[in-house]
Each structure stands twice: as structure tokens, then as C-alpha cells.
Design a protein around this ligand. Sequence first.
Ligand SMILES: [Zn+2]
Length: 342
Amino acid sequence: MASFTKLVFLSALLSLGSAAPLRALRRRQTEPTPDNSTAPWSVPLTIPAQHESFGFDLGSSLNAPSYNVTPVSNIPSNCLAYNALHSECPTSFEAFDVTYDDCGDAWTVCRCNPSNMTMDTVAQRLGQVPVGLRRYVATVVVLPDNTNHAYTLTSGDIHMFGDMAENTWIHESFHAFDWASGAPVSHTTDWLNAIQSDTCVPDTYAASSAIEDFAQVGVLKISSLANNNTLPSGWSSDCMSNQLKFMDRFSLFNSASLFGPTCAIQPSDPGARHTTPPSQTQIQQGKQQGKQQGSPVTPSTSVPTAHPVGNTGVKNAALTSALLSRWRYASLGFGIAGWLLW
Ligand SMILES: [Zn+2]
């Protein structure tokens, strides 16, 4: 058990976010809880949500750099642990190194076979996470499930269940960024004060806690930067101006480095996990692919197209139920509730 990193988040998101995750998070309070469960960054926020969910999909706004997927013969131990002990993977893992043309370091992906997402889908969606954020993501673990959900460990490992859309990839990547220094940004007084100084949070999932709000505001910031500094249609910055302003302190949101062309961003950040510059060969491959690496698809003032998948109440209820079952199972069986591993 000691070898496991700490589980810090359980992020249950439908592809575009929904009210269901909020219920899941509320439920969390009645489960065996971490020692910091009543900490101000862990409890539900009392500030209203601007919208119920994110009705946009960043998958239509971001390019992925070209990539190579190479099989890895030895499954990493941090993946195998979830095959044997935690039983997240009922079959077996296959592992791959995914190398993008914007970075000399590969991202290791462990994929339970079969899973809902193919390796191409995984490589594409991970690649669409802008390199300035993607470089904080450690190992990606891909798992099958009938419901879509995900969580991120303090190690930066992301576990994806089902078929997760781009918004969630970016949301989880923000958790990895949040924890990269070992002192979570979302726990700081400055962040909590920024929230309290505002009159809304982005959506109901953001209202789950200051931790989730940090990740959701991050998704909105990426959306804005990818669309010529314009929030999605129907969204106002006025009621959450302090949260948005808080984000401006991070060089992460410098568009020039956020969207490429390299993971070797200066000044260096010891919390970043992928920082080796791409080789000349990789750079040439990227140019031949004709893609501006990790860049917005079409910087413009156009409104991102709404994702056609609806979040129905039935789906939400099913998701919540499944999550609660999973949570009970995890808590009782294996202590996957990372709080126990804290
Ligand atoms: Zn989350």
C-alpha cells in the first residue's frame, strides 16, 4: 500500500459535465472520509453556479500535435497495482509510450484491454490538452466502464473510465497541475478568498468544492484562450472575475507557451513532468503534418459548437448510482479512497 500515491480527487463527469457529479461529491461526505474532509477546500461551496453544466466541448476548439504510439513491454507498477489490488481493470493492461511532436518525453498510457477508448482516441485527446498543461500529467490509465468518470492522483496520474470528452481531460490535467508543487493551489487562502469575493462559480460541479472549482475555472480559461479570449456564449466573467483573475498569476496561461510549440517552457517548473524539448526530427515531423502544435483550431470569436450529446436525468441518476456503488466498493474493499493512503 505504501507504494501507492495519494488519491486526491474523484471527479465524476459526464462528457460535458452535469449535475450528477455534484451529488456524488455530496455523497462523499457520508463515506469514510479523509482527515481533511472538512477543510475549506473540500466542502461544497455556497456560491451559486452560473450554469448547470458546461454545454461546450473543447474537443472542437483544440488541435492535437502529431504523435507516435509505441508499445511498452513491461507494464508499469503504478498501473499493475490497479489490475491486481484495486481491480479497476478486470482483464489486463497494455502499455504504450505516446510521443508528441511538441515534447521529447513520452507520456505512458496503460490501457485496460478492452476499454471504451481506443489508443488513437486516447492519444488524440491527451494531445489536445495544450502542451503547457499536458506537461504536468504523469501516467494515464484508461479503463472500461459503462459510465464516464475520472480521478487524478497527487502523483499526476490520471485514471479515465469510459469515454471521456476533451473537457474532462483538461479538467483532470488541472488537478495534476494543482498538485504539481506538492502544495495545492486550490488549498490556498488566496484561492478561497477569490471564490468568496465572487458571486458565482462556473457550474454545479465547480460548486462541489474549491478543488473542483479550480479545475473547472481552468477549463473555462482554456476555452477562452482557445477562442480569442472569449468565453463560451452565454457565459459572463462578471460574477466570477476574481476567480478568473486569480488564474492570471500563473505563467501556465501564457498563450504562446500554453499552446506550444514545446514542453520545455521557461522559466522551468520542477513540478512539470515532461520538460525535454522535442528533437529536430520531431519538429520537422510536426511541420510536415501541417499542424500548429497544440494550438487552437481556429482562433476566432466564433462560439464553440455545442456537443450533441445530451445529459439526461436518467443518465445522471445512473451515473450517480454507479459512482456510489463504486465508492462503497472502493472504500470497503481496498481503501482506494486515497484519503486512507494520505
Ligand atoms: Zn475534478
